[in-house]
Write a protein that binds this ligand. Structure first.
Ligand code: NAD
Length: 479
């Protein structure tokens, strides 16, 4: 782990094994199991580093972030292979693009480092009234396993560019590429500015959230744990931003069927990442006129996907993260098959023999005949499973789309601009895409409505709102 510029083990001497999603029972590595004492050391180091780091001209922070971006780029393949190995995400379709996004994020926040600036009020010649955007202080960052590098990229460069120092806890199941990234960062940052630990959420994560030396928690993970984090932050009145779960609607209008629709829909399902994405468009609302045609075309496209070893260039989809997640997805499939009215147009069961049975592989599943109040339409599955729901009337589909506790992302598919924008404006989601289904792009605003979270990241405004606080200074000029 990286604490105060040094590579250290856990003080307790305890380790945790990181296992392969692709090959059941294979241990990839062991990493230190941090506890409260290690977190305390890291927070102390981050606090000691804060004064000098925040006092610098922004160009110094900018230069460091720019060098990190270059260094990541130089080691991109290594990072991609590591993240494919521990997350189970396919190298070609997911891991390499994720590292490219990470590079973009470091470059972007390096570029906007000088935008952390205040305003002056036209308060007359006798007054100088201005604001400074100051860093919050020591930021605790907690990330999940599904796309660890991109999510670290949403937090670390933004927090550092704004003059904060950071203690980051990686996810239990996918810490390896995050620790590799820490190595790269450490070569370009003063000791203590960034500290990166591995450990259990309920031990190291909780210790970080509860530590009195933390000024802000930036958390990405489940809504359930997000509530715990928010309660603790609320108790101590520290800043918190929460990027949580989702069950995103994808609304297809009758005029939308063209050559690009199916590829766009495929991206929006996040099946390339085994559906393990908070922004996956997993409630597919198909207008009744085109329902059967779209299901048929989507299923035909899904049949062409190769599910297999994440490190194999031929694989479009890899493995799900761990046994627990594997079993949870299987339970949803069982539930879906048992649900009266619902049919699996593709998939519906986990592979039980052949090479895929040696790893934690699920194949794509599309259930038709679903209703928005079915369990599979309400709960976040976090696997390659979506439900198709028929609709007839626009008001009705918008009402169904909004009838969810979540509000992270949404997709609208139509060639009619009025239809697209009116629908986008009425959807209760932090991010709506029209006629495309890709992942977050650098600089965009990103965050959820409702149970999907609080706060925004990825963008300049997210950085300013999430990692700075405003100080007003009023001066009487004496002559
Ligand atoms: P999780 O909430 O179980 O864990 C996330 C992180 O929190 C891990 O690092 C974990 O160790 C830590 N943690 C667990 N308990 C904790 C506690 N009591 N105190 C502090 N930290 C604790 O989530 P997960 O299973 O790793 O990830 C999947 C979830 O994350 C899904 O719900 C998904 O939608 C969500 N997610 C959201 C976004 C987003 O941007 N909105 C992105 C990716 C994933």
């Amino acid at each position: 782990m990286l604490i105060d510029g040094e590579w250290v083990e856990a003080r307790s001497g305890r380790w945790r094994e990181v296992t392969s999603p692709a090959h059941r029972g294979t241990v990839l590595a062991r990493v230190p199991e941090a506890d409260r004492e290690d977190i305390d050391r890291a927070v102390t180091a981050a606090r000691a580093a804060l004064g000098p780091w925040r006092a610098q001209h922004f160009k110094t922070r900018q230069r460091a972030l720019g060098k990190i971006a270059d260094a990541i780029e130089a080691r991109a393949e290594e990072l991609a292979r590591t993240t494919a190995a521990d997350t189970g995400n396919a190298l070609r379709t997911e891991a390499r693009p994720e590292v490219a996004t990470l590079v973009d994020l470091f470059r972007y926040f390096a570029g906007v480092a000088g935008e952390v600036k205040g305003t002056t009020l036209p308060a007359g010649d006798g007054q100088l009234q201005y604001t400074r955007l100051e860093p919050l202080g020591v930021v605790g960052a907690i990330v999940p396993w599904n796309s660890p590098l991109a999510i670290v990229g949403f937090k670390i460069p933004a927090a550092l560019a704004a003059g904060n120092t950071v203690v980051l806890k990686a996810a239990e199941d996918a810490p390896l590429s995050v620790l590799q990234l820490a190595q790269i960062c450490a070569e370009h940052l003063p000791a203590g500015v960034l500290n990166v630990l591995s450990g259990d959420g309920r031990v190291a994560g909780a210790a970080l959230v509860e530590h009195p030396g933390i000024d802000k928690i930036s958390f990405t993970g489940s809504t359930e744990v997000g509530r715990v984090v928010a309660r603790s932050a609320g108790e101590r009145l520290i800043h918190a931003s929460l990027e949580l779960g989702g069950k995103s609607p994808s609304i297809v209008f009758p005029d939308a069927v063209d050559d690009q629709l199916i590829d766009g829909l495929l991206l929006s399902t996040r099946f390339f990442r085994q559906g393990q994405s908070c922004t996956a468009g997993t409630r597919l609302f198909l207008h009744e006129e085109i329902h059967d045609e779209v299901v048929e075309k989507l299923v035909a496209r899904l049949r062409t996907l190769t599910v297999g070893d994440p490190l194999d260039e031929a694989s479009d989809m890899g493995a799900v993260i761990n046994e627990k997640q594997f079993d949870a997805v299987r339970a949803y499939l069982d539930d879906g098959r048992a649900q009266a009215g619902m049919t699996a147009a593709i998939g519906g069961t986990a592979p039980s023999d052949g090479p895929l049975a040696n790893g934690l592989y699920h194949i794509p599943t599309v259930f038709t005949g679903a209703r928005n109040d079915f369990r599979l339409a309400r709960e976040e599955i976090f696997g390659p499973v979506l439900v198709a729901i028929r609709w007839r009337d626009r008001d009705e589909v918008i009402r169904m789309a909004n009838d969810s506790n979540y509000g992270l992302a949404a997709y609208v598919w139509t060639g009619d601009l009025d239809q697209a924008l009116t629908t986008a404006h009425r959807l209760e989601a932090g991010w709506v895409q029209v006629n495309q289904g890709g992942g977050q792009v650098v600089g965009q605003s990103y965050g959820g409505y409702k149970d999907s979270g609080l706060g925004r990241e990825v963008s300049l405004e997210g950085m300013l709102a999430g990692f700075t606080q405003t100080k007003q200074i009023n001066v009487r000029l004496r002559g």
